[in-house]
Write a new protein. Structure first.
Ligand code: ATP
Ligand code: MG
Length: 419
C-alpha cells in the first residue's frame, strides 16, 4: 500500500513547536482582553455566496484560491479563506448591531486557500484577527494598530515595519479609476489576462497584480492617496496624527491596496525584513462598505488578520526565545507490583492537586524507569519499594544537585506545592 502523507500545503504542528504556538495564542488573547476585545468562534465553512459578496468576486482569493464544493444537499459551500466575512455574517445574524458600540471582536482561526505552496504560504494556515464595528473615526484605526504594535512588542518581535495607506471611498475612487484606466490602457494588451479582466470590473485591483510583466505598469500607476476626497484626506491625516500621538512609527506606502475588495480608507500592513516575498505578517484595513454589501445596515468597520505561521517563522529567524513545554515536577518509580500500584495512586493524587507528575506505564525495570525520568527532565524523583510503603516515607531526590530528603508520603503533595 502507498504511504499516505499530509495533503500538499498542510502541515502538522508538532509537540516540539507547540509551546511557542501556545505562548503566542496566550499573549494575543491577553492583549486583546486588555483592549476590551471579546473572542468569537465562527464556522470553518460558509455559503460560497458570503465570500463572493463579502470578500469580492474580483479578488484572487475568490477567483483562484477558494476551496468550494457542493455538499450532499446540493449547496455551494466554501472553506473560509479568511475570517472577516464570517464574523460580519455572525454580527448581522446575531443582532450585534444592538450591542453598545463599538463592538470589538477577536478570533484565532484556520483559513484555507488553494495557493502555490512555498515558504510561508500554505493551503491551510492560521490567522489571529480583530474586527471593530460601529465606529468610523481614525482614533479607532489607531487603537487597532496600537494593539498589534503592543502584541509584537510583548512577544518580542522586532524588525517589523508598519506601512499605512488610504485607498479612499467610492467617491474618490470613481474619479481615480478614470486616471488609473488612462494610465493602464496603452499597456493593457501586454498585461496578464486577469488584469485585462479586471480593467473594467475593478481597476484598483490591478495594482495588486503580482505578475512580472504587469509590474512596470502597476509600479508607475498614479496613487489613490494623492487623489483622496476631502473627507478621506481628513481621515488619513487624523490617522497619522493619532499614531504620532501614541508614538507608533509608520511609513506611508502608496502601493498598498490589499488583496480583498471590501477595504475603504485606511489600509495597513506589518512587513518583516526577513520573510522575503512572503514578508507580510499582518494586513488589515477599514471596510465601511462591507456590511452593506452583505445586506446589513450601513456600519463602519475595521480589522486585520495576522498570519500565525509567518509570525512563528519570523520569531524563529529573529532568534526570539520562545517558551518550552513544562517538565514533570516529580517522577515516581515503583519497585515491584505493589509499589507500582502505589506509585500510580500517588501520581493520580498529585495530579489532582495540580502537580505535573509522572510514573511508569511500560512495566520498566527500576534502572530503565530512572533513565526515563532523566529524559523527561523531572525536577524530583522518588523510588517506592515495599519498605517505603510500610514506613509511609521515602527519599525525594532533587535531580539537578542529587540532594535527597526524606518525606512522608502523605505530606508529599503539601511539600511539592509549598516548594
Ligand atoms: P499575500 O499577499 O502574502 O498573499 P494576502 O494579502 O493574501 O497575503 P491576507 O488575506 O491579508 O493576505 O491575510 C492576512 C495574513 O494572513 C497575511 O498577511 C499573511 O500573514 C497570512 N496569509 C495569507 N495567506 C497565507 C497563506 N497561504 N499561508 C500562510 N499565511 C498566509
Ligand atoms: Mg494572498
Amino acid at each position: 500500500m502507498t504511504k499516505i502523507n499530509a495533503p500538499k500545503g498542510t502541515r502538522d504542528i508538532l509537540p516540539t513547536e507547540i509551546a511557542a504556538w501556545q505562548q503566542a495564542e496566550r499573549q494575543f488573547a491577553a492583549v486583546c482582553a486588555r483592549y476590551g476585545y471579546q473572542e468569537i468562534r465562527i464556522p470553518t465553512f460558509e455559503s460560497t455566496d458570503l465570500f463572493q459578496r463579502g470578500v469580492g468576486d474580483t479578488t484572487d482569493v475568490v477567483q483562484k484560491e477558494m476551496y468550494t464544493f457542493l455538499d450532499k444537499g446540493g449547496r455551494s459551500i466554501s472553506l473560509r479563506p479568511e475570517g472577516t466575512a464570517g464574523v460580519v455574517r455572525s454580527y448581522l445574524e446575531n443582532g450585534m448591531a444592538s450591542w453598545s458600540s463599538p463592538v470589538r471582536l477577536w478570533y484565532n482561526i484556520t483559513a484555507f486557500r488553494y495557493e502555490n505552496v512555498q515558504k510561508g504560504r500554505y493551503r491551510e494556515f492560521h490567522q489571529f484577527g480583530c474586527e471593530v464595528f460601529g465606529a468610523d473615526g481614525p482614533v479607532v484605526d489607531a487603537e487597532l494598530i496600537s494593539l498589534l504594535a503592543l502584541f509584537f512588542k510583548e512577544i518580542g518581535l522586532g524588525q517589523t515595519s508598519l506601512r499605512i495607506n488610504s485607498i479612499g471611498c467610492p467617491v474618490c475612487r470613481t474619479a481615480y479609476n478614470q486616471l488609473l484606466k488612462a494610465h493602464i490602457q496603452p499597456h493593457l494588451a501586454d498585461m496578464c489576462p486577469t488584469c485585462n479582466d479586471r480593467f473594467e470590473k475593478n481597476p484598483l485591483r490591478i495594482i495588486d497584480c503580482k505578475e512580472h510583466k504587469c509590474q512596470p505598469v502597476t509600479k508607475t500607476a498614479p496613487a489613490l492617496l494623492d487623489h483622496l476626497c476631502p473627507d478621506c484626506q481628513t481621515h488619513f491625516d487624523g490617522l497619522c496624527t493619532n499614531l504620532d500621538e501614541l508614538g507608533i512609527a509608520y511609513t506611508v506606502d502608496r502601493g498598498i491596496v490589499r488583496g480583498l475588495d471590501y477595504y475603504t480608507r485606511t489600509v495597513f500592513e506589518f512587513i518583516s525584513d526577513h520573510v522575503g516575498t512572503q514578508g507580510t505578517i499582518c494586513g488589515g484595513g477599514r471596510y465601511d462598505g462591507l456590511i452593506e454589501s452583505i445586506d446589513g445596515p450601513h456600519t463602519p468597520g475595521i480589522g486585520f488578520a495576522l498570519g500565525v505561521e509567518r509570525l512563528m517563522m519570523e520569531l524563529n529567524s529573529q532568534g526570539v526565545s520562545v517558551a518550552t513545554l513544562p517538565v514533570p515536577l516529580i517522577y515516581i518509580a515503583g519497585l515491584g507490583a505493589a509499589a507500582a500500584t502505589k506509585a500510580r495512586q500517588i501520581t493520580f493524587l498529585l495530579r489532582q492537586q495540580g502537580i505535573y507528575a509522572e510514573t511508569d506505564l511500560m512495566n520498566r525495570s527500576l534502572k530503565a524507569q530512572m533513565k526515563f525520568a532523566g529524559k523527561t527532565g523531572a525536577t524530583y524523583t522518588l523510588v517506592l519499594g515495599d519498605d517505603e510503603i510500610a514506613n509511609g516515607e521515602a527519599k525525594l531526590k532533587h535531580m539537578a544537585d542529587s540532594t535527597e530528603r526524606v518525606v512522608r508520603l502523605d505530606q508529599l503533595a503539601a511539600f511539592l506545592t509549598a516548594r
